[in-house]
Design a protein around this ligand. Structure first.
Ligand SMILES: Nc1ncnc2c1ncn2[C@@H]1O[C@H](COP(=O)(O)OP(=O)(O)OP(=O)(O)O)[C@@H](O)[C@H]1O
Ligand SMILES: O=C(O)C1=C[C@@H](O)[C@@H](O)[C@H](O)C1
Ligand SMILES: [Mg+2]
Length: 160
C-alpha cells in the first residue's frame, strides 16, 4: 500500500507508449465517492466485492499497464486471474511506507497506528504478493523513474 503502483504504473505506461489504468480509480469513478467513504459507509467486504469486479473487467478489457489496489491479491480468483501475466510487486520497508502514506487518511486501513497496521497487513499479504509476482522490485531509496526503469529491466521489456 503506497509503494508506488499508481505513480510508477503511469510512468511505465508512458514509457511503453501504452494506456494506463488503475482499478482504485475505476472504483472511485463508478461509485462517485472516495475509497475511504466506501469503507466507512459500506465496509471493507463491500469494497472488496467492488474491487473483485473492477479487476475482472480491467484485466478483460485493458491491454496496457494496470495498477491494482494494495489488497486486490487477497481474493483467490484475482490471484488466479493474474497467474501468467507479467505482474510486478513493488516492495518497500515499513519506514518508507510510513514516510509515504502514514499520515494520509485517504488509506483507511492505515488510519490508526500506521506503522503497526502496515506490519500486520504485510505479514498477512507478503506471501500472496510474491506468489503472483513475476518480478519483485524494491522501491526504497529510488525515485519513481528509477523504479519504472527497474521494472522494465526486471520484466525484460524495452528500455526507456
Ligand atoms: N519511489 C518513490 N519515492 C518516493 N515517493 C514515492 C515513490 N513512489 C510513490 N511515491 C509517493 O508515495 C505515495 C504513494 O504512491 P502511490 O499512490 O503511487 O502508491 P500506490 O501503491 O498506488 O498506493 P495504493 O496501494 O494506496 O493504491 C504518493 O504520494 C507518491 O507520490
Ligand atoms: O491495501 C489495501 O487494502 C488498499 C489499498 C488501496 O490501493 C485501496 O484499494 C484501499 O485503500 C485498500
Ligand atoms: Mg494506487
Amino acid at each position: 500500500m503506497g509503494s508506488g503502483k499508481s505513480t510508477v504504473g503511469e510512468l511505465l505506461a508512458a514509457q511503453l507508449g501504452v494506456a494506463f489504468r488503475d482499478t482504485d480509480a475505476d472504483i472511485v469513478a463508478a461509485e462517485g465517492r472516495e475509497i475511504s467513504d466506501i469503507f466507512v459507509e459500506d465496509g471493507e467486504e463491500h469494497f472488496r466485492a467492488l474491487e473483485r469486479a473492477a479487476v475482472r473487467t480491467a484485466v478483460a478489457e485493458h491491454t496496457g499497464v494496470l495498477a491494482l489496489g494494495g489488497g486486490a491479491i487477497l481474493d483467490d480468483g484475482t490471484r488466479e486471474l493474474l497467474a501468467g501475466l507479467p505482474v510486478a510487486y513493488l516492495s518497500m520497508d515499513v519506514e518508507e511506507a510510513v514516510k509515504r502514506v502514514g499520515l494520509n487518511t485517504a488509506r483507511p486501513l492505515l488510519a490508526v497506528n500506521p506503522r503497526r497496521q502496515w506490519r500486520e497487513l504485510m505479514d498477512a499479504r507478503r506471501h500472496l504478493y510474491t506468489e503472483v509476482a513475476r518480478v519483485v522490485v524494491a522501491t526504497d531509496d529510488r525515485t519513481p523513474e528509477e523504479v519504472a526503469q527497474a521494472v522494465l529491466d526486471a520484466l525484460e521489456l524495452k528500455d526507456v
